[in-house]
Design a protein around this ligand. Structure first.
Ligand SMILES: *Cc1c(COP(=O)(O)O)cnc(C)c1O
Length: 401
């Protein structure tokens, strides 16, 4: 017996869809949730092969085009983002690359927020510029600067919100209005929030990108990415993937499907832990300033409270004494992993000025608010008391030279 999951699933809540969407309820899938590790697929007849190759018939041809396990991941993510369609990619960066290759051409101009992921800056500044696509970087939360930097050639607005690591928040509805005025596409990297906390498509954004490597997997196991949006905007990205090949592997898609089953629970726990740690850090005499949009003192608090269902798992704070003090703090912690990764069950700690933002000049860092005494924590799922104790270890190491 097979149960049809089509109709009731569309009406189901996001937690149900996170567990059920994308899986056909045939006996095979219900019992095994298989990983289809086939490079190519076999046809019933020459007629069947011709129809599937031409696209006249649905079905799998070759895993660079489509793979059933990858398809399940795409359907599940599209459902959670409330998008018509999704395409999976090998990594978060290949998702952004594929979006740009499909929707931009020589002569086009891109407006990108200043505080995006470092490799995203590199993609726009180095790779795409070689093909005659220009970019202007603008402050994330200053809509007037977005407007005044736009040109007649502006085709894409790209940003992340909240920003890494200061949690600056962009007004997505205002930017969606601007992008429509400009006749440009608005794309948002929703890696920090995931659809659990923020659904940009519902606020008028055209395309959402993901580094699935982070919270969607959630356990630091595999790389992956995706772009979600309307059928019309996703189709050219699928076509790019088919001919150029930055596709997600079936194994990684299967890991992501399992990760998404617990996404809602994990995101709530990340938010709760980060909020509590931010409040606690804010009370410590040795902390100069905490940057977390969940704190009422944060400039983006009201906007993030309106636009998001939670404040996320990433916070930053400043200590007195610059790089030397920050390094002593980081080296003094034992539990937190010293790595630039985020979105993991394990809490990670990093010194942005000498790692993620090390490529910037000190003037650029100062303009971006990345001080030498700034420390970023991507809060994981451990007990809060243990994270606090680890911070206290860091503080003692910072104090006892
Ligand atoms: C990690 C990250 C990326 C890049 O993703 P990969 O999967 O590492 O390619 C893009 N955007 C943000 C916000 C990220 O944190």
């Amino acid at each position: 017996m097979t149960k049809d999951s089509g109709e009731w699933l569309e009406a189901a809540g996001p937690r149900t869809r996170a567990v059920r969407a994308g899986i056909r309820r045939t006996q095979e899938q219900e019992h095994g949730e298989p990983i289809f590790t086939s490079s190519s697929f076999v046809f019933d007849s020459a007629e069947d092969a011709a129809a599937k190759f031409s696209g006249d018939a649905a079905g799998n041809v070759y895993s660079r085009y489509t793979n059933p396990t990858v398809r399940s991941f795409e359907e599940r993510l599209a459902s959670l983002e409330e998008g018509e369609s999704a395409v999976a990619t090998a990594s978060g960066m290949s998702a952004i690359l594929a979006l740009c290759m499909a929707h931009l051409k020589t002569g086009d101009h891109v407006l990108c927020s200043r505080d995006v992921f470092g490799a995203t800056v590199g993609l726009f500044e180095n790779t795409l510029q070689k093909f005659g696509i220009s970019v202007t970087f603008v402050p994330l939360n200053d809509i007037d600067q977005w407007r005044s930097a736009a040109t007649l050639s502006t085709r894409l607005l790209f940003l992340e919100t909240p920003s890494n690591p200061l949690n600056t928040i962009a007004d997505l509805e205002a930017l969606a209005t601007l992008s429509r005025e400009l006749g440009a596409l608005l794309a948002v990297d929703n890696c920090f929030c995931t659809p659990t906390l923020q659904q940009p498509l519902l606020l008028g954004v055209d395309l959402v990108t993901h580094s699935a490597t982070k919270y969607l997997d959630g356990q630091g196991r595999v790389l992956g990415g995706a772009v979600v949006g309307s059928e019309e905007l996703i189709a050219p990205i699928v076509a790019f993937n088919r001919s150029c090949g930055p596709t997600m592997s079936a194994f990684n898609a299967w890991v992501m499907l399992k990760g998404i089953e617990t996404l809602d629970l994990r995101m709530r726990a990340h938010c709760d832990n980060a909020s509590a740690l931010a409040v606690w850090l804010d009370e410590q005499s040795w902390v100069e300033r905490v940057h977390y949009c969940g704190l009422p003192s944060h400039a983006g608090h009201a906007l993030s409270a309106r636009q998001q269902r939670g404040f996320g798992g990433v916070l930053a704070f400043e200590v007195e004494g610059g790089q030397e003090a920050a390094w002593r703090f980081i080296n003094g912690t034992h539990l937190m992993s010293l790595t630039a990764n985020l979105g993991d069950a394990k809490t990670t700690i990093v010194h942005p000025a000498t790692t993620t933002h090390g490529r910037l000049s000190s003037e650029q860092r100062a303009a971006a608010g990345i001080g030498d005494g700034l420390i970023r924590i991507a809060v994981g799922l451990e007990d809060l008391e243990d994270l606090q104790a680890d911070c206290e270890r860091g503080e003692r190491a910072m104090r006892d030279r």
